[in-house]
Design a protein around this ligand. Structure first.
Ligand SMILES: Cc1ncc(COP(=O)(O)O)c(C=O)c1O
Length: 462
């Protein structure tokens, strides 16, 4: 008799906080309880999550961006079941897999200026590969990255992370990594001038904060890299595979990076995968002799389930025209939220591309609001955003979060399969919660006082 994981999920659901507190990350349990995100989700379908009472929630996190095609897509499910039911040889290792070949071919058809693919198991692992490839291909030590960058949390990727909160406590990191401001071509030029930099690694749109490049920035960066013999690596782990309304976000600015890193959405959300798409000359410098055929790799990379998940995901994205759909609904949401911003002083900016959208809040001008804002921010920078995310969740059943530490931007990262009626839902909910936030005193600011109390209590307990 096989283990019934779904039955086990239900059976032990009541104990899940106790289990995590005892055996896993207790702090995560505390966070969920503090902000009241402690709903027991029972099922997930497409863009929706359902609690045990059958209430439907709209998911604007999509598992940190992995569920581009939605949860449990029937086509993906059928493909994965097909693999499991077929007794495929899988991971023979001293053989090469047809599925990996087919997925590489399909990915490269979307990015025709690149010729080779390296598969890994996650975003961070793919970034590690890109860093190693860049050093091997150029013989140079340096890596340049941007402030606010996020490329993963393993040591190489952490060494090019632009947020001190992630780095703290883990130093020393990889030597030779230089941070520059995002959107600053002068700083990039100075960083590359000594011609000892292997790669400039950049997210075309930064996930932490949803920061967009100025129009000439990526093109200018590509030009500076070319001039200085530095490779340009576009980390499209979050922005890639249709998220921004193009297959790759760099297409918006007509840029052709030397390497492109993908992960998240390629998995269909269900089987981890990562990929580095590169120029052949880079790949050939890494795998340059027969005795170096396995000089970089990972045991589970190219496993059949991951390759099949990637193929099925690309098929769904093409069949359902999800890239065009993301572009259309993204424009709709940007316009609607932009109109909201013009009516409300607490919203400073609405920005994004396709279905990667940031709503940035900021200090208000009117006196009463300003006093409440300042009191909250004095306790915990960025806490204000929870006054928006909590009512969106509790009153409007929208799952959404802040786009990074200590910042005031809330990020919309929905599955690409959301509909116009989901957009109505989002627009109605934002309008109601943002209007409430402009009332002092009011429910939103009394929630603020509760959160301040909790933050101060937690600080006193340390
Ligand atoms: C741009 C970017 N790169 C890399 C990563 C790391 O990916 P993973 O969490 O799969 O290691 C992330 C994850 O959020 C990301 O957003």
């Amino acid at each position: 008799m096989a283990l019934d994981a779904a039955a086990l999920f239900v059976e032990r659901e009541e104990e899940r906080y106790a289990l995590h507190t005892r055996h896993l990350n207790e702090q995560m349990v505390r966070v969920l309880k503090t902000i009241g995100f402690d709903v027991r989700f029972r099922t997930g379908r497409g863009q929706y999550l359902f609690d045990p009472e059958g209430n439907r929630y709209l998911d604007l996190l999509s598992g940190w961006g992995v569920f581009a095609i939605g949860r449990n897509h029937p086509a993906l499910r059928e493909t994965l079941k097909g693999v499991l039911d077929s007794d495929l040889p899988n991971l023979v290792q001293m053989d090469v897999s047809a599925l990996a070949g087919a997925l590489a071919e399909r990915l490269l058809a979307h990015v025709p200026h690149l010729e080779k693919v390296f598969f890994a198991n996650s975003g961070t692992e793919s970034v590690e590969a890109a860093l190693k490839f860049a050093r091997a291909a150029t013989g140079r030590p340096g890596i340049v990255y941007c402030d606010h960058a996020f490329h993963g949390l393993s040591y190489g990727a952490l060494s090019i992370n632009g947020d001190p909160t992630f780095r703290g406590g883990f130093e020393p990191l990889l030597p030779g990594c230089i941070e520059i401001p995002f959107n600053d071509l002068g700083a990039l030029e100075r960083a590359l001038a000594a011609r000892d930099v292997a790669a400039f690694v950049v997210e075309p749109i930064q996930g932490k904060g949803v920061n967009l490049p100025d129009d000439g920035y990526l093109k200018g960066a590509a030009e500076l890299c070319r001039k200085n013999g530095t490779l340009l690596i576009a980390d499209e782990v979050q922005t890639g595979i249709g998220r921004t309304g193009r297959f790759l976000a760099v297409e918006h600015w007509g840029v052709e990076p030397d390497m492109v890193v993908l992960a998240k959405s390629l998995s269909g959300g269900h089987v981890p995968i990562g990929a580095v798409l590169t120029r052949k000359r880079i790949f050939d410098r890494v795998f340059d002799r027969m005795d170096r055929a396995v000089v970089h790799g990972s045991t589970f990379a190219k496993n059949d389930l991951a390759m099949a998940a990637g193929l099925a995901t690309l098929e769904v994205i093409e069949n359902e025209r999800l890239i065009e759909h993301a572009a259309r609904l993204g424009t709709r949401l940007l316009n609607a939220l932009g109109r909201l911003a013009r009516r409300h002083e607490l919203i400073k900016s609405v920005r994004g591309k396709g279905l990667l959208i940031g709503v940035e809040f900021g200090a208000p001008r009117s006196l009463k609001l300003k006093a409440s804002w300042n009191a909250l921010e004095a306790v915990n920078a960025g806490l204000f955003c929870q006054l928006i995310t909590i009512p969106l969740f509790k009153q409007h059943r929208i799952l959404i979060q802040v786009a990074g530490h200590g910042i005031h931007t809330i990020k919309l990262l929905p599955p690409l399969v959301i509909t116009d009626s989901d957009c109505d839902w989002i627009e109605r909910a934002f309008a109601a919660v943002v209007a409430d936030a402009h009332r002092v005193p009011g429910a939103v600011w009394s929630l603020g006082r509760t959160l301040m109390g909790q933050a101060l209590k937690a600080r006193a307990a340390v």
